[in-house]
Design a protein around this ligand. Structure first.
Ligand code: ZN
Length: 343
């Protein structure tokens, strides 16, 4: 007991003479005296060795000691923390500020914006729709029959079956939703993300971006479609680019076509990018199938329309000569930084 009291006295003297002038010293002090393995805790642990009749007296001494350590800590904390704060005299308002790190637009966003801007000038408004869609809006209303391979589990991500809910495989669901609203004429483009159950490679991904367009009015013809797309291509790729249409088949358009542009790399001479044909496919298009119009309660005898759709990744890869689709979603800043000055 005597020995313990002497020890406490020694600690008291030590505390009184301890100088604390930095946050590190403050933390050292806290750990030494007030920490879980500190002096105060240790001394309280000695209590059990003190004879019963002395316990009260020893307890009082201990509490005093604890308070001393705590007061010292609190006072020192107040002064050291305050000392660390800059005062008005430390501030030099003429110093340059910290630069704010500015990122760059993602190439997909850059190209999407350019596409939207071009169609905007032709009077197309942007329309949006859900990415999780039901069977009707993604398949049935678009005349995609029951045995079409796109409906297969291997090609589409299903969220739920019977009734079917899935991640949309194209942005055509937005076209159906707009047509169902019944407000004519319709002149929209639908940019958005779509999903396919594909093995990821340099050429394919399980998600990508599309822009689809739809124009429905009285007397809309294939000539309107050609002229619209020709204008678009010249605005995006330049005045020298040529276009050609090849007959194709889609369930939701009739007639249907694929559109090629003359190769941007070789100008039509033939190179690796165009597989030595001089042409590069960029989109699918056609006149909206009368059955699709009727599915959306639009009179197909009175109204006609055209639709087209393209992958934004594909256009971006052509514009910037990017050879791997995966680069768009890997978030590698070395890739993304190359687009800092693009607009
Ligand atoms: Zn070429």
């Amino acid at each position: 007991m005597e020995e313990l009291l002497q020890q406490i006295d020694a600690y008291k003297k030590e505390i009184e003479t301890t100088q604390i002038s930095s946050l590190e010293e403050l933390e050292e002090f806290r750990i030494k005296y007030l920490g879980t393995k500190g002096v105060v805790k240790g001394l309280f642990g000695e209590m059990k060795a003190v004879p019963a009749e002395k316990k009260k007296e020893f307890g009082l001494v201990l509490n005093d000691f604890k308070q001393l350590a705590e007061t010292k800590y609190e006072t020192a904390k107040e002064t050291t923390v305050n000392d660390q704060l800059p005062t008005l005299n430390d501030l030099d308002l003429s110093l340059p500020g910290d630069a704010i790190a500015v990122g760059s637009r993602h190439p997909i966003n850059l190209v999407r914006k350019r596409i939207i801007d071009i169609f905007h000038r032709l009077g197309f408004a942007v329309a949006d729709g859900p990415e999780v869609e039901d069977d009707w809006h993604n398949f049935t209303a678009l005349n995609i029959h029951e045995n079409h391979p796109a409906r297969d589990m291997q090609d589409t991500f299903y969220i739920h079956q019977n009734p079917d809910w899935l991640l949309r495989t194209h942005t055509s669901n937005v076209q159906i939703r707009e047509m169902e609203k019944g407000k004519l004429p319709i002149r929209i483009i639908c940019p958005g993300r779509v999903y396919r159950n594909e093995t990821i490679s340099a050429r394919a991904h399980c998600f990508f971006h599309q822009v689809e367009g739809l124009y429905i009015d009285e007397h809309v013809s294939f000539a309107d479609l050609k002229q619209t797309l020709y204008f678009f291509v010249q605005e995006l790729f330049g005045k020298d680019v040529k276009i050609r249409f090849r007959p194709s088949y889609f369930p939701f358009t009739e007639p249907s076509a694929e559109m090629d542009i003359s190769c941007l790399i070789c100008g039509g001479e033939g190179c690796r990018v165009c597989k030595h044909t001089g042409w590069v496919e960029i989109l699918g298009c056609g006149m909206v199938h009368p059955k699709v119009l009727e599915n959306c309660k639009i009179d197909s005898n009175k109204y006609t329309g055209f639709a087209f759709g393209m992958g934004i990744e594909r256009i971006t890869m052509l514009l910037y000569q990017i050879n791997d689709l995966r680069l768009f979603s890997e978030n590698d800043v070395r890739f993304l930084r190359q687009f800092t000055s693009a607009s």
